[in-house]
Design a protein around this ligand. Structure first.
Ligand code: ARG
Length: 550
């Protein structure tokens, strides 16, 4: 059997999955540290994973949350929806996210195939581009241009990014080769955009502009990546080389169950805490309110003030919210971070993202139109306002859910100013141009649900995406958990979350950066990783992401 592609590297090829499943555990702390309170800002999956692991080590995590447990793992139930829900944030999970799936398994989460374009579990797909509609049950039903575009992308990756060599090295966890190839790519491509990479490639130059347009529409994996054209090509290479856009799974019952189950899970084995202790029990079942201020403390190193003015002091803090909030929403003392790190935080580029969902009486899209032999409605990619329309089947006898539109960046900004009903009406109008004889509205039941993450003051954006030239900023953010060389004033506060990771927009990055922060906290309290299970700090000297001249 050939080894699977996983989210192993390429920037920091540390085997988080092996580290997590090692029976020696993640580390140990001096008994004197047991019971010490650690502030964790944000009860999204990064905060909950960090809290869970710190609790197992005998520390006392204190989670602060300004909205609700789960962060962007948010499964919003439809009102009176008999269990139907809308995945407002993360909705599809590549099995290459090995650290994330470790926690899925721990809490008994079940997954099924996600209905992406042309995926095995997708009954049919419609691609509508420049007014021309293509109906496909498999890739082979699409016209030749689509195959040519797919081949051009494969060739561009091969010629411009050592694709086969890199993915083979990732499969075999051949660290030396990954580092050699990736070093070369970072040095040569950091300033290059996704669209620049495509436009300059031999294969796409030969095919002409129309092919690039089609590629922007159908892309790779999940399709429709042209809103990422201005981003760094390195961002895209990370996604394709680690299988992050492949074989996506949907969580049965909603992914918000992951943070919620971890929150109430009482681990089998723990240091210090009595059996039955869980994050929930340590918090009397509810996290603390959101944080308003982070400042140097008097009795302990950090003073954290919640939004109602209560201050508590801590020896260490993990910050998991999006980094923009540290200057725009939280009064955070400037002295806690080096100016170079503040620079990296302020330059962080977030993508906007919007989704709108309706509940429908039944999965009517499976009906076959007798005249055409086609499904009544298909997973749809379009260059119209909706961009991606997804059909979520809860069984023939249950209400279904349609994600009328999932958009990024400028496409999401088109929805930002519009109220819910205008969004739904306009989306239905767009879909009517593609399915002129279908009355989707007739099937809608209950109240629709919409989100624009950029308008939520607790997030200010959906997910980070590095722009060309951002490698150095990204490296500063990611490396901050290595604190042995930092001045005393900058130690003890750790950043985690998908925006700190190399793969923002994937929960894997939230989980792995949380584990980095946990390793940092262990060192901060004089602990170590088990000698038979070296942690990301032990491995840093060999694996540290390459450095570009500053
Ligand atoms: N992983 C998310 C998805 O499958 C979104 C991440 C997209 N990232 C990006 N840079 N566009 O939809």
């Amino acid at each position: 059997m050939i080894a699977p592609v996983t989210m192993f590297g390429p920037d920091f090829p540390f085997a988080y999955d092996e580290f997590l499943s090692h029976r020696a555990g993640l580390g140990q702390l001096p008994a004197a540290a047991h019971g010490t309170e650690i502030a964790i800002i944000g009860a999204g999956i990064a905060g909950i994973v960090a809290g869970h692991e710190l609790m197992k080590l005998g520390l006392k995590p204190v989670l602060y949350e300004s909205d609700r447990i789960g962060g962007r793992l948010r499964s919003e139930p439809f009102k009176d929806g008999a269990g139907a829900y809308a995945e407002l944030g993360a909705m599809r999970f590549p099995p290459s996210s090995r650290a994330l799936f470790h926690y899925f398994d721990k809490v008994g989460i079940e997954t099924v195939g996600f209905p992406n374009p042309l995926a095995p579990d997708t009954p049919s797909t419609v691609i509508e581009l420049a007014g021309i509609r293509h109906y496909a049950r498999t890739k082979d039903d699409l016209p030749k241009l689509f195959t040519e575009v797919e081949r051009a992308w494969a060739e561009a990756l091969e010629e411009g990014a050592h694709y086969t060599e890199l993915t083979t090295a990732i499969r075999h966890r051949d660290t030396a080769t990954i580092r050699r190839l990736w070093h070369h790519l970072v040095e040569n491509l950091d300033e290059e955009s996704f669209s620049g990479f495509i436009a300059k490639s031999r294969s796409f130059r030969e095919l002409g502009f129309r092919a690039r347009e089609v590629f922007g529409q159908v892309g790779f994996g999940t399709g429709g990546w042209d809103t990422d054209f201005p981003n760094s090509i390195l961002e895209i290479l990370r996604v394709v080389a680690t299988g992050a856009d492949d074989e996506h799974r949907l969580v049965v019952g909603g992914v918000e169950q992951l943070p919620r189950r971890l929150w109430s899970l009482a681990p089998e084995t723990m240091s210090h805490w009595p059996r039955g202790t869980s994050l929930a029990s340590l918090h009397n079942h509810v996290p603390k309110p959101g944080v308003a201020k982070i400042a140097p403390g008097t009795a302990r190193k950090f003073a954290i003030t919640d939004r109602y003015g209560t201050t508590a002091e801590y020896d260490a803090v993990i910050v998991t919210c999006q980094v923009w909030l540290l200057s725009a929403r939280i009064d955070c003392a400037e002295s806690l971070f080096h100016h170079d790190l503040w620079m990296a935080m302020e330059r962080t580029h977030y993508m906007q993202s919007s989704k709108t969902f309706v509940m429908v009486d039944r999965p009517f899209w499976r009906d076959i139109d007798p005249a055409s032999g086609e499904h009544a409605l298909s997973m749809t990619l379009s260059d119209r306002l909706t961009r991606g329309t997804y059909l979520l089947d809860n069984g023939a006898d249950k209400p279904g859910v349609i994600c009328l539109s999932y958009t990024w960046s400028d496409d999401a900004l088109k929805w930002l100013a519009l109220p819910l009903d205008d969004r739904v009406r306009l989306m239905l109008h767009s879909l009517r141009q593609i399915y002129p004889t279908l009355d989707i509205a007739r099937h809608i039941i209950g109240a629709p649900i919409t989100v624009s993450w950029e308008s939520d003051p607790n997030f200010m954006g959906a997910f980070k995406a590095n722009l060309p030239g951002h490698y150095r900023y990204q490296r500063r953010l990611f490396s901050h958990f290595i604190q042995s060389d930092l001045p005393e004033a900058h130690r003890g506060i750790f950043l985690a979350g998908d925006d700190i990771s190399w793969t923002a927009g994937w929960a894997e990055g939230a989980v792995t950066t949380a584990l980095n922060a946990v390793a940092g906290i262990i060192r901060h309290f004089g602990g170590t990783a088990p000698s038979e299970n070296p942690d990301p700090i032990d491995r840093w000297p060999d694996l540290a992401p390459i450095r570009l001249v500053e």
